[in-house]
Write a protein that binds this ligand. Sequence first.
Ligand SMILES: [Zn+2]
Length: 97
Amino acid sequence: MEIHEQDVRLDGNAAAGLLQEVFVHEFSGARGACASCGAVGEMGAQHLYMAPLAPGAVLRCAACEGVLMVVVHAGGRFRLGFRGLVWLEMKDTAVTS
Ligand SMILES: [Zn+2]
């Protein structure tokens, strides 16, 4: 059977359910790969820079200090930047093995 693009492409709203499922998982045990140096490590072991009362935080690579992730919470919105991460992996806690 041939698969056509229109058979697998959904509206971007369809990603919402998938992302909701992803973001309920424990972040500190998540692993990621640094886009700057390629190091793979647990997010909880990286360096977080956050000034008191500042609207945002920067997560930097423990190996090279490259920016992995930026989180800003201001104006009633959360903005997440993942430019410094090649990938982010979280354990699916619904799976027991
Ligand atoms: Zn790095």
